[in-house]
Every structure is written in C-alpha cells, then in structure tokens.
Design a protein around this ligand. Structure first.
Ligand SMILES: [Zn+2]
Length: 69
C-alpha cells in the first residue's frame, strides 16, 4: 500500500497514513530501555476494508538490525 497506493486486499485506493509518534499513544518499537530508543512505526490503513500494514522508515533500519539481529 505504501508503494502502490492500492489496498492489496480489496483493491481500494481510499488510504490514510498514520504517523508513528514517540509519545504515550504512539506506535513505536523500543530498541533499548529509554524513550530515546523508540523507533516510530508508520501505518497505512485502507478506509474501504480496514486492512492495515506497518512500515519502518529507512533511516531506522540499521538501528533495528543492531537491536534485534
Ligand atoms: Zn482494502
């Protein structure tokens, strides 16, 4: 959905991107013990069928690899 702008489940194009935010309500993955290690998760939601997928920004991939590999 991020790249095609089309929902792979229903073919819809009514999509929204929900920004991952580093706060108490945000969608993040912790790569350490403090809030400073939080990596935001970007969500793409199809407003036709409700399907969603999650992506990490490219700038955080090395940080995730180091933490979990
Ligand atoms: Zn859909």
């Amino acid at each position: 959905m991020k790249n095609t702008h089309i929902c792979p489940k229903c073919g819809g194009s009514d999509l929204v991107r929900i920004e991952g935010k580093v706060n108490q309500y945000g969608n993040v993955v912790l790569t350490g013990v403090t809030v400073f290690s939080a990596v935001p998760v970007q969500r793409y939601v199809c407003c036709s069928c409700g399907f969603s997928e999650e992506w990490f920004d490219e700038e955080h991939l090395d940080q995730l690899r180091s933490a979990f590999q």
